[in-house]
Ligand binder design. Sequence first.
Ligand code: UD1
Ligand code: CA
Length: 486
Amino acid sequence: MSKRTCLAIVLAAGEGARMRSARPKVLHAVAGRSLLAHVLAAVRGAGTERAAVVVGPDAQAVADATRRVLPSADVFVQHERRGTAHAVLAARGAIEEGFDDILVIFGDTPLISAETLRRLRGAIASGASIAVLGFRPADPTGYGRLITNGHRLVAIREHRDASDLERTINLCNGGLMALRGECALDVLDRIGDRNDKREFYLTDAVAIAEHMALEAVALETSEDEVRGINTKAQLAEAEDVLQWRLRDAAMEAGVTLVAPETVFLCADTKLGRDVVIEPNVVFGPGVTVDDEAVIHAFCHLEGAHVGKGASVGPFARLRPGARLGAKSRIGNFVEVKEGEFGEGAKAGHLAYIGDGKVGAGANIGAGTIFCNYDGKNKHRTEIGAGAFIGSNSALVAPVKIGDAAYVGSGSVITDEVPAGALAIGRGRQVNKLGWAQGRAKAETKAKAETKAETKAGKPAKTAPAKPKPVKTAKTTARRKTAKTKR
Ligand code: UD1
Ligand code: CA
């Protein structure tokens, strides 16, 4: 069979009022990725050559997000919200180009898999004109019901238009549909708005196809996959479903999750074999962890690469651009961003490493700070291989520290340190010999004097002396008036 072409139309013109949010519904995220991006990833995975996203009239943000996620996608505007079929027809221009398969997907069903989209396409390839994705929800209230006759799907009845008998059907419309490109416009153009809501229902396509003697079929999937998101609570439910998918897939691939329910992954998190993730670790977008690395408890990683066999945390933060070499070690309360941290390098407790390069085997002592920001610009710090930075040092960028150089603890380093040198940049220590003894003597003497004076009825010397008022022209004047009043 020659390869079939496919257009995916993603409907995202809904208002999403129930999210109670200033942000368009499809731009809310689960597993670190917008609902729209999840759907577009599935679309791409299903081997579609073209995607069309239908957005509402004021949805510039959705259009921008579409172009970012899938630059090849077309954006169409549905100027009036007149139903799902009306929304599909907003992409008429794309449909007219002529594709073998047309997929219609709701932008708010992020859990849909590429595999299921391929199954829908498969039904069209095997001869059906319409394939609808059905599911059996625990509670079918509100969903369109799939009305079948043998294995033929003859109609979809929206809940509000369904009879009591039809409402007992628990096979429901998941909202996804595939249409044969050849007859898609023919069918879609016949859909009218003669219903309660005066909307053009995409679901009417099925009864119309039946009328035209075109075959429609229903495929079934799990409720999870077609979970639509309308509220923040449903967003959290989808997050949970997705997190378990990601955790299960990671464990299946050989990752050890000590307490999987406490680890939060992103859709694009890449974890190698024999990676160990301890409890309470959060992955933001763009993280890759190579084989055998250990992420200890309570770490937060985003846009970072952790090399093979490296050790991170507990309580470490890797920010975008952090690249840790193989067998490197990042200790507790260490933050690393933008830059390379060499193979086998180490950073102790409470360090900040940003905008720089740390050579292989270098050792960064506790409390070391890369002072990379001068209030306006960021500057680089470069530390050579095998260098040793004493604890509590401030490296004021731009600065370079040569291979195998040493920096004494507590230094503020502002100038280049040549390879192999020792740099000490701190106030010199002064020892005052016998000082403690001298102080003790002075104190005893003072105490003795106080005692003697109290006996003699004199005020104690230790009583705080009243501060003498400073005489200025003003204070003198005030005193004078006070006197005259008296
Ligand atoms: C729809 C189905 C219903 C199915 C349910 C599954 C129709 C008529 N009904 O109902 O059979 O059981 O989904 O969740 O298709 N949209 C637009 N423009 C519009 C209207 C809708 O872009 O004018 C988009 C929405 O943004 C949303 C999708 O289409 O992504 C579905 O619309 P919605 O109003 O949520 O349909 P339901 O009533 O849930
Ligand atoms: Ca819906």
